[in-house]
Design a protein. Sequence first.
Length: 306
Amino acid sequence: MVERSRAACRCVFFLFTVFGFFTHTTHALAANPPLFSTSPADLLAVEPTAGLLNVSSVVEVNGSGSGVVGEIRIYQGVGTVVYRKIKTPAVAYVVQPYDSYRIAYQILLVQPSTSTLARISVYCNNATKSIFGVYHEDTNGTIWSYEVGSGTCGDSHIPATINVTLPAISLPPPALVPGAFIQGTRISYNGIAPGWVRANHITWQMFPYSYLDCSWCAPPGHGWYEYFSLLWDSAGKQLGFGIIYFLEERPDIVLLDYCIGVPSLGKALPLNNAFYASWNRTQARAPVKPLPEYRRSHPLARAIEF
């Protein structure tokens, strides 16, 4: 009987030890980021991109912006955009419907001569197939900005695989956005040092470099904040882009959306990601509001349901 009691005690002690180990490991993962070899002085460098990308619809654009964005030539999802007077290879990787007549095409630009990744959003009138506006931002400090656009636009409305070719690029880690905080077991950021995110079994270093205050893009308490971010896989030499979303009504989740990676394209970094994580922010409200077209119709319906 005594031996049975001793055995039972040993079993209980073992179970508590195992439970304590896993509890400690989970909390340690949330509090302590993985170690990375990348230091602030290192360059984020990737080889040329040449591969296939699955898209929900194939985009064609023949037009231009009216300032920073010049000529836009996209055929079968790929082409060039004149960005800051430089003809730049580009790929249209997301078709974003807003309503029955408006649609936006998200286009990634790779500009190696200036060590810049940029993204433009071409707003298209789906009824007239005409461009009425272009947003743009980049890793060199250009915040999300609007300009009038013109020309023709459209997409196939049929999922397809497109052939993508983009140049190699090497760029320094961008300056980080302070005053934003994320704590989770798969995503973390303290507003001071690069954060990290675990996506598709890869731990990416995360560099939020610009943000948009969209708290007034919806009724009070239902707005959101967007943090444009670079993602870096130092082991696989992959560079990614994505937008982190803080939703006012969900302080327990963080979204990472509109993602694309080079040179791996959609293979290493899922387009849409969602994480259980707490978030907070201390930035003052942005002085410039998004235009009415953006405020009324930005589709949070893309978010994964929780």
